[in-house]
Design a protein around this ligand. Sequence first.
Ligand SMILES: Nc1ncnc2c1ncn2[C@@H]1O[C@H](COP(=O)(O)OP(=O)(O)OP(=O)(O)O)[C@@H](O)[C@H]1O
Length: 291
Amino acid sequence: MPDLIDIRGVSHAYRTPAGPLPVLEDLNISVPEATFCAVVGPSGCGKSTLTRLVAGLMKPDRGEVWLHGERVTSPRRTVGMAFQNPVLLEWRTILENVILPLEIVAPRMPRKDRVERAMALLEMVGLRGFEAKRPSQLSGGMRQRASLCRAIVHRPDVLIMDEPFGALDNFTREDLWQTMRDLRAAEPFTCVLITHDLRESVFLGDQVIVLSGRPASTQFILNVGLPADRRIDVLYTPEATDMLHLLRDQIRIAQGREETVAGGAAPRDGQAAPARDRTSPALSPRDGGAR
Ligand SMILES: Nc1ncnc2c1ncn2[C@@H]1O[C@H](COP(=O)(O)OP(=O)(O)OP(=O)(O)O)[C@@H](O)[C@H]1O
């Protein structure tokens, strides 16, 4: 499958009053079309910066970001975004909120078709019957469902999600993971998910990328390899448990807290592990130093 997102040798520093703050350093990530890439890493390492670069909201100091074979140099309409805070417009109904991107991206699309498209998505996420409500009349989980519909209503090439489920309780969050799985099955899209939740990364991801501490580079890549129609129970299997331990170890290394992990020593200075991309070998039980 061709890579839909290709991040090549990207480095970026913010200009701050105290001088440049290097955030990303020689970052390389490839996301094949119609796959789900979860990105985890220590707090403040540069994950949100990465999403801004992919969406074309910022240009990197060095390196290139490519989407569908085109270099990203300006904001892209073909990118859908979902955040922790859904930011739905209170003066619009849920249906009108979901339709909004179509009004911008496909202004000539007949209203009947827009409504049909939005209603089909609302049905898929279990919000049929709530289309005439205002955002404040819905629960947090329902608002996030509506926000997901809005993010993909215009069939973007890429969906970028930055901690979309972070504010939800555990049960609602797991429901939403399953909604995401069903949405993907219904209409495959390429997705980059930023998360602090390792279970979420394994449940939703085809690959999980662990970023090193700031300035972030790719420290570790886990190929998840679970079936596409996975159910929540899969997280309790030994295979998933081993992956979670492995990721936990990698996060500790990225935070500079762990000295060793299977396969190598972590640097002591809290910076990135050696800047080479490592694809996880097939996981065997206890591989990765599960404790
Ligand atoms: N516009 C900006 N100007 C200056 N510094 C910034 C700017 N945006 C982010 N930063 C800094 O860059 C670093 C990386 O920020 P970013 O939001 O990308 O990290 P993150 O990994 O998403 O963080 P978290 O996990 O806490 O959400 C942080 O130290 C942050 O304070």
